[in-house]
Design a protein around this ligand. Structure first.
Ligand SMILES: Nc1ncnc2c1ncn2[C@@H]1O[C@H](COP(=O)(O)OP(=O)(O)O)[C@@H](O)[C@H]1O
Ligand SMILES: [Mg+2]
Length: 307
């Protein structure tokens, strides 16, 4: 079953020069973790706000859990949960208050809400600070409180806008574990991120969006392989110029060093040439990060050429 379908979804904010969403088409199957990957300003938050009934599109449609996000907004709100980007905790409330109040406001009966709040505190290891004034918590703890608010609701679909922003690597993994647990319990997770490793580790399917348009979509693996045809990356330490490397593949300069995105065969011949020259290189499979730089970077260079 489809959990979400967007058709030609566009949004131009008042007075904006270009659209934030530009004819976006998207389908999300239920029961999976779906990631929207894109740079700052790509349109991720705009999409999430429209799909979660907080913002109206300029045109197009979006259906969530079989309900029209505009016409059936009220009904839909009861069946989804949202973790907004950079949400703030509320001054005198504790982490437990935040989670409990959210469950109660969703109409959950008191006893069940209390049990679930305890569970959500445990999920993200917040039990120790459960009764601390939230304002005294570090940024990373506040962010975990915000995510914990969505973990034990009865929502069928959960939108998370950059859920791991500001979290250290260990805490990010705690959030990932919980999102995976939610999926395994049958829920659909739609999240945005600009962390490639997060998208790669978590997603069943993902889209790369840029300037409000879908640039690539599929499983992390299929996006990596099918979209670029460049399956292999070669990091070159020394003894080559960018020009020389250009005939082996697509050259990206990273911190003064060259990386060549290419196929296995060209990587081998570059390897031979490097050995002959006594140069150091390393060869590895491409990551989603490489693909992202390739696709989005290519689109932006194209635009520069167009002027
Ligand atoms: N309330 C707003 N008013 C005007 N422009 C906005 C508003 N919110 C976002 N934008 C613009 O829309 C584009 C997409 O923004 P956003 O959806 O927040 O992207 P992302 O979440 O991918 O960073 C950006 O160019 C941004 O500046
Ligand atoms: Mg955003």
């Amino acid at each position: 079953m489809k959990a979400l379908q967007a058709r030609q979804l566009s949004k131009t904010y008042r007075k904006a020069k270009r659209p934030a969403l530009d004819g976006l088409d998207l389908e999300i199957d239920s029961g999976q973790i779906f990631t929207m990957l894109g740079r700052n300003g790509a349109g991720k938050t705009t999409f999430l706000r429209i799909a979660s009934t907080q913002l109206l599109p300029s045109s197009g449609s979006v259906t969530v859990l079989g309900l029209d996000a505009i016409r059936d907004a009220k009904q839909l709100r009861e069946r989804i949960a949202i973790t907004p980007q950079e949400a703030e905790t509320i001054y005198p409330l504790t982490p437990r208050d935040h989670i409990l109040l959210n469950l109660r406001m969703r109409g959950m009966e008191k006893k069940e809400a209390m049990e679930r709040a305890e569970q959500a505190l445990k999920d993200l290891e917040l039990t120790e600070v459960a009764d601390t004034n939230s304002d005294w918590l570090s940024g990373g703890l506040k962010q975990r409180v915000i995510v914990a608010m969505a973990l034990r609701t009865d929502a069928e679909l959960i939108f998370l806008d950059e859920p791991s922003i500001g979290l250290d690597p260990l805490n990010r993994r705690k959030v990932w574990d919980q999102l995976t647990r939610l999926k395994e319990s049958g829920k659909t997770i739609v999240l945005t991120t600009h962390y490639m490793d997060e998208a790669e580790a978590l997603s069943d399917n993902l889209v790369i969006i840029n300037k409000g348009k879908v640039m690539a979509e599929g499983t992390p693996q299929s996006v990596k392989v099918a979209v670029t045809k460049r399956t292999t990356r070669v990091d070159v330490q020394d003894k080559f110029t960018g020009n020389e490397l250009g005939r082996y593949g697509h050259v990206v300069e990273i911190a003064g060093r060259f990386r060549v995105l290419t196929d296995a065969e060209a990587a081998k011949s570059l390897g031979d040439e490097a050995l002959a020259r006594g140069a150091s290189i390393s060869i590895s499979p491409v990551t989603l990060d490489d693909v992202f730089v390739d696709i989005v970077g290519e689109a932006e260079r194209g635009e520069e050429r167009e002027g």
